[in-house]
Every structure is written in structure tokens, then in C-alpha cells.
Design a protein around this ligand. Sequence first.
Ligand SMILES: NC(=O)c1ccc[n+]([C@@H]2O[C@H](COP(=O)([O-])OP(=O)(O)OC[C@H]3O[C@@H](n4cnc5c(N)ncnc54)[C@H](O)[C@@H]3O)[C@@H](O)[C@H]2O)c1
Length: 481
Amino acid sequence: MNSSITSRRAFITQSALAFTALSASRVLGANETIRIASIGLGGQGSGNAGRMSKVPGVEVVMLCDPDTAALDKAKKNFPNARTTQDLRKVMEDKTIDAVVVSTGNHWHVLAAIWAMQAGKDVYVEKPVSHNIWEGRKLVEAARKYNRICQGGTQQRSDPMHDEVKAFLDAGSLGKIKYVRCNHYSMRASIGKQDTPLQPPATCDYNLWLGPAQDKPIFRTKFHYDWHWDWNTGNGEMGNWGPHILDDLRNVVFRDKITLPKRVIAGGGRFGWNDAGETPNTHFAYIDTGDIPVIVDFHNLPRAKGVKAPDVYLRRRTGSFLIIECENGYYTGNRGGGSAFDLEGKKLQTFKGDGGKTHAANFIAAIRSRKPTDLKAEVEQIHYSSAWCHLGNISYRLGQQYNREQAEAAVKDFQPWNDVIADFHEHLKKNELDDTKLDIKMGPMLELDPAKETFIGSTATPEALALLTRDYRKGFEVPQQV
Ligand SMILES: NC(=O)c1ccc[n+]([C@@H]2O[C@H](COP(=O)([O-])OP(=O)(O)OC[C@H]3O[C@@H](n4cnc5c(N)ncnc54)[C@H](O)[C@@H]3O)[C@@H](O)[C@H]2O)c1
């Protein structure tokens, strides 16, 4: 305990005095090697380090993770890279040009801001923020320090999306009526223990925790399952949501809509009785001021005892984005998509590449020094992440659900009634009695998109508080970046 307090104090001094004063690490020649540090080496961080290292002219020179078990594993693939548990060491090292942040969500913004203050370019995983306020700070830092900052929604680099846009523009599907963003996947209980979980002995917990509150953890697995705790994660809405809603903003709205006008969400965490807080069944309506959007996440199976995720109408189970048009629909995910007419005849197939050139796109922009060369420039991914945070905020403000009231919240829009009907059907198929469940329905939040805040009667202190968080001392995202 004492040593963590000491290191925290040292950290405050260092972060306040040193990082803000540093200038760009070095000026890169056109053919010079770009030296990267990979911060966070769990499942995604290891993958990102590998993808970066395969881009010509890139070397992964430093591996950073508070858990030495993760470092030892990553070191096998990068035997020449230095290792550190402490991201301050990365920030201090002027020979490092860029960082890849693949930590838990609660660290994304602070790690990225420190890196940019230290003159480094940043690739930061999705959601690029843990809350909306800090997402804006991230964008401010990119602008102030003139840094290249790419969000980790890799499918932005997939040429397929341009093909889908061109197809929609050609008009054979007619006008878009509404979009349904689905993610039906199966997850399981994360367990619940009586005594707090001890972090692995190999992990510096103070550094792992960073901006998050020091609260006891009652789940059974330390890594990855932080997603289901609001203190560190953003639930499925903030996990798959940033991919799907980023595709939506890109393909349907062409990045012209920053934040929506109104958002309402409901759902709950059903059937598991575990230590997780985030909903495993979550639906939302998003009033964009333009084409309306329905979002729907299911983590329970199609039916009790069935080892398969839920299905949506005749559309493929794995579809994320279902664009319903006058003369047909488009349905697709990262692997590809298809367009159909109203009779279900396939009109065109689109093949996705999974966003495999996203790392190369980041490196190319580092060399050109043009943020406009980035496929996923951080401001756009801040917006897409914010849409997910809004879905979470409405849910977190939720009161006891009442079906009639829920249906009345969005009038004259059948897809909203449909998603509510699907919700009840899904619970029934899982043999869950909807009259006995703790179902939440949130308020219809109204936004001022330019100010990135709530307005009207929903701008309550509780709602406004969820636009940001209480940062742990020494790990505050700065007001002035
Ligand atoms: N773009 C994608 O397709 C995609 C896919 C999976 C995950 N992700 C994102 O990647 C991130 C990581 O996900 P994951 O599945 O690898 O989680 P994970 O829990 O497996 O790994 C996170 C790692 O970060 C480390 N970490 C925590 N604090 C750190 C710090 N201060 N400095 C350095 N490392 C720190 C942890 O010790 C852990 O090893 C998440 O934000 C997730 O949303 C993106």
C-alpha cells in the first residue's frame, strides 16, 4: 500500500512537471524507422504490436504492461524490445516516436494525452474514451500538440465501406428509412465471489488502475472482464458499439452528424447473478435529426440451453449494420456485406478485408504529418465512442421499466415497438419472467451536440455527472491539456 502511495506521489509530480513540457521526440526523415511502444499487451495489444511490426519501416522497441506476465508473453515475439511496467518510462523516452494504447478503456485518454504531451503520435483503441468529456480532451490534445492520432476502429481502413457508400448513392435501394445496429453474441456470467479478487502478484495494481477508483472487485477473472464494470469498462455498448456505430456514422451519415439530438436506452443484466454491472441486454433509440437509428445488444443465447446467439428477422446473425431502405436493405459486418431487394434477392455482395491496412494507414500519416490522411482521425472516433456513452448514460439513469411507457417514449416509429417486442421475446425464449426482472428504462436525453452536453429537463446533475468521472488522485485527465 505504502509503496503504491509513494509511487503515486512521484507520478503526480512527474506528470505535472515533465510531460507537459516535452516537445516532439524527434523529426523523422522520410525513410527513417518509426519506433513504437506498445502500451497494454493483452489480447488486442499483442495483436496490435504484431500488426504494427509488419508495416515496413516500423520497429516495436518497447513493450509496456503493469503485468509482467503479459510482458513475458509479449517479449517472446519481440525479443529485442525493452520492457517496462510503467508507462511513464515510455513517455520519458525521446527515441520513441509513437505509442499504441491497448489498455483497458479507463486508461485510453490519459495514456494518449501523456504521450501527445511528450511529442508522440498515438494509435488508441476503441472506445477512444471512457466518457464523453475526456474524449473531447483527447481531441484537444491532438490539436494542441499537432499529433497524429488514430482511433482503433480498423474497419475505417477497409475499402469495402467506400463500395457500400457508392452502392447506396447509386440509388437502387432507394431512400434509407432507418438503420438497425445489432450485436447478438453469447457471453457468460463473470462469477461473483464473497471476498475481493486479489490482482495477480505479477501486476502493479496501482498502474493498472490508473484513473479508475480503487474499489473491491468481486468478479473471478482479473483481466478482460473489467469491460463489465463501469469503473473500468463501458459494457457491450462500449465494446462492440464503437465499431458498429462508427460504421453507421461513416457509411450512413458520412461523418456529418457529430452527436445525436436525443438518445433513450433500456435493458438489464439478466440471468447471470454475477458481479458484472453493465447490461447484457441493451436497446436504444437514437434521434440523429436525420435517419433514425435503433441499437440492440443481446449477450444471452437465442433460447435457454441453445448454444447459439440470437437472430434478427431474416438477417444474418452476425450482422452489425442493417440499413433498411425503401426498395431493400443492406446488411453487413467487418467480414463483408450484402444488399437485397424487398423480395430477398441478393443485389450485390461486398467483401471486407477486416481493416488489415489500418496500422499502415497510421504509419503513413506519421510520415506525411497530415491528420487528414488518417482513416480514423481521433475526432471522428471520439464522436462514435460518445454515441455509445450516451446509450450507457440513459440506461444508467434508468428507472423501473414499464412497457407502455417505454413504447410511448418514441411515438409513431414502428422499429422502436419492434425492438421492445424483440426484447420481451428474447427474455421469454431464455425462460426469464419479465414481470420479475429488474428491467431499467432510461430517460430520453436531449443534447446540444456542439457543446457535447445535455440540455432541457434531462440535464440533471446525475446525467451531467455521467458525462465525466471522478478521477483517482494522481491520474486526472487534465482540464487544460
Ligand atoms: N479494435 C478491435 O477490434 C479491438 C478488439 C479487442 C479489443 N479492443 C480494445 O483493446 C483494448 C484492450 O482489450 P483486451 O481485450 O486486450 O483487454 P485485456 O484486459 O486482455 O488487456 C488489457 C491489457 O492492458 C494492460 N494495462 C492496464 N493498465 C495498463 C497501463 N497503465 N499501462 C500498460 N498496460 C496496461 C493490462 O494489464 C492488460 O494486459 C480495449 O480497450 C478493447 O476495447 C479492440
